[in-house]
Design a protein around this ligand. Structure first.
Ligand code: AVJ
Length: 376
């Protein structure tokens, strides 16, 4: 059974080992509160940690049940498949951060370039005093550029990062709160669908929903339009949505980006098998698989696979599941759709959203699109 989102405070101690002052404790030596005493000055910011950060979310076991169902269905299917959304446990999220630092993986740098150049213009097209909610926030690294611009336009900002990884949310929050005085964070841990419900329930006032990094690329085109439409349903008249979309380009550039020579992407992709081993007692031998990323230019999609090097049988103990694979049999693990400008217009139209403005990096590899709900 699915429970509603639960609000709870950060489950570990704030930075600097600070203990919040006890408001009614008159036995404290007076004059200044102890966090203002010179020896404790570094804790001033930490004093507001609890007020500035909350974390809400689903229990991890619910995500695990969905993962188990996906493994059962996907490994029984022909051809075999697993959903890429389950790659992102702690290990997977860390490997993805490493991908973002690879020279071959151009989307991160391209999107940062666009944000850096156009953040003030983008913010200028949002309602004044807007809140920022972000799907799949991860490290929130590029988002800092946007947050800085929002805080230039308005001294206070509520940021609602949403991600599947608790570790990513917590470390991002620690950095952001340290850097930005006027910032308050209400993080949500869970999947997109529940994140949108959280935004709808708890974010009052004008908002911008951001979805950066071309995460939309993981969805097939019809699913992408359907998801954007459901996200758009959370927007009030003057709210905005900002999405990063990777553009169609030469296949050799894409195959480098999705199969780097250092093998970081291959390890990231193989983490779906590693995670089955860890969570469900599987005995996948990761060495018995190779990784492949292929660009289908006609369909505009990079498809990624784990391919069995030989005929083999795999046991997944906790699911009481036996899987056999033929030599060269493929498990489809991820798709990354690329868009032409015409396809972006179709996407927005299918989602019932209007394009306000759109920006590109200089090499025109990537685009940021600002969307608005269509006036009825
Ligand atoms: C997180 C979906 C944007 O498709 O570029 C990167 C994931 N997979 N390298 C992408 C990914 C392999 C990434 N997205």
């Amino acid at each position: 059974m699915r429970r509603g989102p639960i609000l709870r405070p950060l489950a570990r101690s704030p930075p600097h080992g600070y203990n919040p002052p006890q408001r009614n404790n008159l036995s404290l030596p007076q004059a200044s509160p102890f966090y203002l005493r010179p020896e404790n000055r570094m804790s001033i910011r930490a004093a507001t940690w609890h007020e500035r950060f909350t974390l809400a979310g689903e229990e991890r076991s619910e995500n695990l049940a969905a993962f188990a169902a996906d493994v059962r269905a996907g490994l029984a299917a022909t051809p075999k498949r697993l959903s890429c959304r389950f790659i992102y446990d702690k290990v997977g999220s860390e490997l993805f951060e490493r991908i973002c630092q690879l020279p071959e993986y151009y989307p991160t740098g391209a999107e940062r370039e666009i944000l850096t150049r156009h953040a003030d213009r983008i913010v200028g097209l949002m309602p004044h005093g807007v809140h920022l909610a972000e799907l799949g926030s991860g490290s929130s690294d590029k988002t800092q550029v946007l947050i800085a611009a929002l805080l230039r336009a308005h001294p206070r900002l509520l940021y609602v990062p949403m991600d599947i990884s608790r570790a990513a949310l917590e470390s991002a929050a620690e950095q952001l709160l340290d850097r930005f005085e006027g910032l308050r964070i209400r993080a949500y841990m869970g999947e997109y669908h529940d994140g949108l419900a959280f935004v709808q329930q708890f974010v009052e006032g004008p908002k911008c929903l951001s979805w950066l990094g071309s995460s939309i690329g993981n969805l097939a085109r019809p699913a992408a339009a359907a998801f954007l439409q459901s996200a758009g349903a959370c927007l009030a008249e003057h709210d905005r949505m900002l999405i990063g979309i990777d553009l169609r380009k030469d296949g050799s550039v894409l195959e480098q980006a999705y199969d780097d020579p250092g093998g970081v992407t291959a390890s990231f992709n193989a983490n779906i098998l590693g995670r089955i081993n860890r969570e469900f007692g599987g005995d996948f031998d990761l060495e018995a698989f190779r990784y492949e990323a292929r660009y289908d230019e006609h369909r505009g999609v990079v498809e990624m696979f784990q391919i069995s090097r030989r005929a083999q049988a795999v046991r997944i103990e906790k699911l009481d599941l036996d899987v056999s694979l033929a030599a060269d049999e493929e498990i489809h693990t991820e798709s990354s759709y690329k868009y032409s400008l015409a396809e972006i217009d179709v996407l927005a139209a299918d989602a019932g959203l209007g394009v306000v403005e759109q920006w590109f990096d200089q090499a025109k590899q990537f685009t940021l699109v600002l969307l608005e709900p269509h006036a009825e």
